[in-house]
Write a protein that binds this ligand. Structure first.
Ligand code: IDP
Ligand code: MG
Length: 144
């Protein structure tokens, strides 16, 4: 199934000059990069993005972290994009993420884990709408 996934290069990775490397790894999965921007999330956007976690003990820290500096927001599209992107990212905790995954190579700890990727098609639709309008999503065919 052709799917879309919303990706964020998080402030820890942007701040260490890893934006290009992370976007490049995701392009190397074969998914098409169809939207890209930088922004500095405010509290309201951060709370909307992470609303499913609002009861978790790490919520306030997470909002502080994700608003601590600019992020790169991107949309990738392709066959099984949600799971392809999640596999390339690796597990939430960089120490437990697979060797060669983005989080294992670039993540600092379970919070500052370099990258976000949507966890389902439904979540992706919602998350993409937080960052991009329809006209900001490009339409083209990704070649090998
Ligand atoms: P995911 O990003 O792999 O989907 P989630 O469980 O959805 O992981 O958590 C969202 C984000 O919250 C994580 O990417 C990470 O930045 C942060 N986070 C998750 N668990 C913890 C924790 O135990 N302590 C601090 N931050 C956490
Ligand atoms: Mg998640």
């Amino acid at each position: 199934m052709i799917e879309k996934s919303l990706v964020l290069v998080k402030p820890d990775a942007v701040g260490r000059g890893l934006s290009g490397a992370i976007i490049s790894r995701l392009e190397n999965t074969g998914m098409a990069l169809i939207a890209l921007k930088m922004l500095h999330m405010d509290q309201a956007l951060a709370k909307r993005h992470y609303a499913p976690h609002k009861e978790r003990p790490f919520f306030n820290g997470l909002i502080g972290f994700i608003t601590s500096g600019p992020v790169v927001a991107a949309v990738f599209e392709g066959d099984d994009a949600v799971s392809v992107i999640r596999t390339a990212m690796g597990a939430t905790d960089p120490a437990k993420a697979a060797t060669g995954s983005i989080r294992n190579d670039f993540g600092l700890d379970i919070e500052r884990n370099a990258v976000h990727g949507s966890d389902s098609v439904q979540t992706a639709t919602h998350e993409i709408g937080l960052y991009f309008t329809d006209t900001e999503l490009m339409r083209y065919t990704r070649k090998e």
